[in-house]
Design a protein around this ligand. Structure first.
Ligand SMILES: [Zn+2]
Length: 317
């Protein structure tokens, strides 16, 4: 236990609430943001939903923040991965809320069977306890969004930023005060440590497009970032400017190992040493090591980066 171990279940950032899904009993790891109405209604919106396995925790947090679930009217997801959008279908069915997702992700929210089947292949018997299921969302409750769309929601004007890299269908959301809800497009960072940790999952990782995403977010002159993993970043520009260096460092480590004809188990060892040394040098508390061990698995990172280099840049290997 350290002073960062216990994160409050609800944190208030001036009209934006950060709700903790307490995924697998772990606080401060997978967040959901609640946006209050500016139009004097009792309705509210959420950005991200967490997985279906933590739906009960999310409902508790909504209640604790002082809202009624039945007033949930809009659900915006940054992408369709289970830790971000898994509970969207269940919430949409229960509340009638409208769900916003990038057009490429739309069909998987309408019919999540392929998405769920592929997750089951990866997580096998752990699937239910880790993520739960994902419910289909009828077309009339689904809205496809695109780059530069401005959504008029509860008196807010929310700008959609297409931010691929982590996934092809990833978007981020900019609100009037300059806050960007970044999903995984600005990586992962936990309270108690300065380390920005890349979020590199297979199979869609694209490091050629990600610099465009970073530039796009910087162009908005953001005042703060809200990371899904986890919380507010006050120095938005500093964080975004550091992101490319962090990406390069991790990506080049795997590239060098591939060039040296190393096999996957050895590359995973190299990546693990790098990641753990970074946290040790940063004097990160135990809670930060633990949270990173959940959100960025070294084996998956190596799989994603190996696939990226082999697919996009075989000439460099
Ligand atoms: Zn994520």
């Amino acid at each position: 236990m350290d002073k960062y171990s216990n994160i409050p279940r609800v944190q208030d950032y001036n009209g934006v609430y950060l709700l903790d899904t307490v995924h697998m009993g772990n606080s401060g790891t997978v967040g959901v943001y609640l946006l209050t109405a500016k139009d004097n209604s009792d309705n509210f919106a959420i950005i991200e939903t967490g997985p279906e396995s933590t739906l009960g925790n999310l409902k508790d947090a909504i209640f604790e923040a002082g809202f009624k679930l039945e007033n949930l009217s809009h659900i915006l997801v940054t992408h369709i991965h289970l830790d971000h959008a898994g509970a969207a279908g269940a919430l949409a069915a229960e509340t009638g809320a409208k769900v916003y997702v990038h057009e490429i992700g739309y069909k998987h929210m309408h019919d999540p069977s392929r998405l769920v089947a592929s997750a089951r292949r990866i997580y096998q018997e752990k699937m239910d306890v880790l993520w739960g299921d994902m419910q289909a969302i009828p077309n009339q409750q689904l809205e496809a969004v695109n780059d530069d769309d401005v959504l008029e929601i509860l008196g807010h004007k929310i700008k959609v930023l297409y931010t691929p890299g982590h996934a092809r269908h990833h978007v981020s959301y900019l609100i009037e005060d300059g806050s960007i809800f970044t999903g995984d497009s600005a990586a992962i960072k936990f309270a108690g440590s300065s380390i920005i940790r890349p979020a590199f999952p297979p199979p869609e990782l694209d490091l050629d497009i990600w610099p465009v995403t970073i530039a796009k977010m910087l162009e908005q002159n953001p005042t703060r970032l809200f990371l899904t993993h986890f919380g507010e970043v006050k120095d938005a520009k500093g964080h975004l400017q550091a992101l490319q260096t962090r990406h390069d460092k991790w990506a080049n480590t795997v590239l060098d190992a591939l060039k040296a004809k190393k096999e996957s188990p050895e590359i995973i060892n190299i990546m693990t040493s790098l990641g753990e040394d970074e946290l040790n040098n940063d004097k990160a508390p135990a809670s930060v090591f633990f949270r990173h061990s959940i959100t960025s698995d070294y084996a998956m990172t190596v799989m994603a980066l190996s696939r990226y280099w082999q697919k996009f840049h075989p000439e460099k290997i």
